[in-house]
Design a protein around this ligand. Structure first.
Ligand SMILES: *[C@@H]1O[C@H](CO)[C@@H](O)[C@H](O)[C@H]1NC(C)=O
Ligand SMILES: *[C@@H]1O[C@H](CO)[C@@H](O)[C@H](O)[C@H]1NC(C)=O
Ligand SMILES: *[C@@H]1O[C@H](CO)[C@@H](O)[C@H](O)[C@H]1NC(C)=O
Ligand SMILES: *[C@@H]1O[C@H](CO)[C@@H](O)[C@H](O)[C@H]1NC(C)=O
Length: 229
């Protein structure tokens, strides 16, 4: 019944309006022929496909609700400043830096693997960006930890001399590393929408050349991961 009505609607009709009493079956005197034409077949395929997609959608939604994804975790395992000194060059205070950080990226999910589409890391000192690096896309399996290394090397103009002198005397420099990450989660063959968590790590790093601080060392630090899910 529903099928023949659709057929009826598709046929352009330029005549007088059909009275409501006229049932669509009139246009279709031979049901077998009507049922097997190309349009009906297409119609049936479309219906089956729609029902199939809706079913898959409901299953994915149910799985997603049952296995709520957990946020990735990021730790700074070690960090070293091999160069960190400030100098006045033509009235500009230039900060020369060489910072190496070893991170661990942890995917705590049993059901999802993680595809890191984009990772960009930025180092900041006293509010000034001192370096920025990008990574190629990375894949991470379920319940997995992987090392991710970062090195920021160069020199940049800052107004950070005040902070620098204070922290040098205290023996530790506070460097912030921010990461801009785009990830997708994947369960079997189904990929999630994109997540863009913001990662923020405040690293307390021994001042180079200060043996007391170097002996105390760097303490493993967990980074904040926001806006996940
Ligand atoms: C990071 O890890 C690599 C390989 O394990 C090591 O050679 C390097 O010294 C580490 N860097 C820091 C800053 O700990
Ligand atoms: C900064 O430190 C590096 C290595 O310790 C040194 O080679 C360089 O001359 C220093 N730069 C300034 C401006 O002091
Ligand atoms: C350095 O800065 C001072 C004041 O800020 C200015 O008078 C002077 O001309 C500057 N010197 C150079 C070389 O830019
Ligand atoms: C070295 O670091 C310690 C703290 O670890 C600090 O008390 C001391 O003043 C620092 N020494 C110098 C020469 O900056």
């Amino acid at each position: 019944m529903a099928e023949s009505q659709e057929i009826h609607l598709k046929v352009p009709y330029y005549g007088p309006p059909i009275p409501p009493s006229q049932t669509p079956s009139r246009n279709c005197p031979k049901p077998p022929k009507c049922n097997f034409d190309a349009y009906s077949l297409l119609c049936t395929i479309t219906k089956i496909t729609t029902i199939f997609l809706i079913t898959i959608g409901i299953i994915v939604l149910a799985l997603w609700l049952i296995y709520q994804p957990q946020s990735i975790k990021i730790y700074a395992e070690s960090a070293e400043l091999s160069t960190f000194n400030i100098s006045l060059v033509a009235n500009e205070s230039l900060l020369a830096y060489n910072l190496a950080v070893n991170f661990t990226f942890r995917n705590p999910n049993r059901k999802y693997s993680v595809y890191y589409e984009r990772i960009k890391a930025q180092a900041l000192y006293a509010g000034y960006q001192i370096g920025s690096i990008g990574y190629p896309p990375l894949r991470q399996g379920r319940k997995d930890s992987m090392p991710v290394m970062a090195r920021f090397d160069g020199r940049t103009a800052t107004e950070a001399a005040g902070t620098y002198n204070r922290e040098k005397a205290e023996g530790f420099f506070y460097v912030r590393v921010k990461m801009y990450v785009t990830v997708r989660l994947k369960m079997i063959v189904i990929e999630s929408v994109k997540f863009k968590p913001d990662v923020d790590c405040t690293l307390r790093i021994p001042a180079p050349g200060n043996s007391t601080s170097l002996a105390a060392g760097f303490v493993r630090t967990e980074c904040d991961v926001n806006n996940f899910s």
